[in-house]
Design a protein around this ligand. Structure first.
Ligand code: DQA
Length: 143
């Protein structure tokens, strides 16, 4: 069965408790449950890893899986400096949408740069939990 993978990077397991003034009060579990309810006709898989290597392994597995329609990826702070993750995105045929809950361009300078953006098919940032929904919609609209 074809599926979309929602992939979350470091510290996103703390949503709901982590800087709620920036990231809101919703937990990651609630966000994923809401997406599954909304997109009931497609399987949404979800993984969250704090480590760079686990994220890369997951990108390799899903990214070469012909059943995977695409990956909605919040790489957290790795976005800004991980060339290893950028290389993994470049290596796989599945389309990857970069998402951020916060408007990274309105925050500290180091968040203005994304080393993964050129390898992704697009970027959604600044809409809180809705950034994930927009990422899923963007992938579905490609098919
Ligand atoms: C984030 C933005 C990143 O700069 C930050 O390191 C995160 C979350 C976001 O969703 O807004 O961990 O990706």
């Amino acid at each position: 069965m074809r599926y979309i993978l929602i992939l979350n990077g470091p510290n996103l397991n703390l949503l709901g408790r982590r800087e709620p003034e920036i990231y809101g009060a919703e937990t990651l579990d609630t966000i994923i449950a809401g997406l599954r309810e909304r997109f009931a006709s497609i399987e949404l898989r979800h993984e969250q890893h704090n480590g760079e290597g686990s994220l890369i392994d997951t990108l390799h597995t899903a990214g070469f899986d012909p059943e995977c329609l695409g990956i909605v990826f919040n790489a957290g702070a790795y976005t800004h400096y991980s060339y290893a993750i950028a290389d993994a995105i470049a290596a796989v045929p599945a389309p990857v949408v970069e998402v951020h809950m916060s408007n990274v361009h309105a925050r500290e300078d180091f968040r203005h740069r994304s080393v993964i953006a050129p390898l992704c098919c697009g970027t959604v940032a600044g809409f809180g939990a809705d950034s994930y929904r927009l990422g899923v919609e963007a992938l579905l609209n490609r098919y």
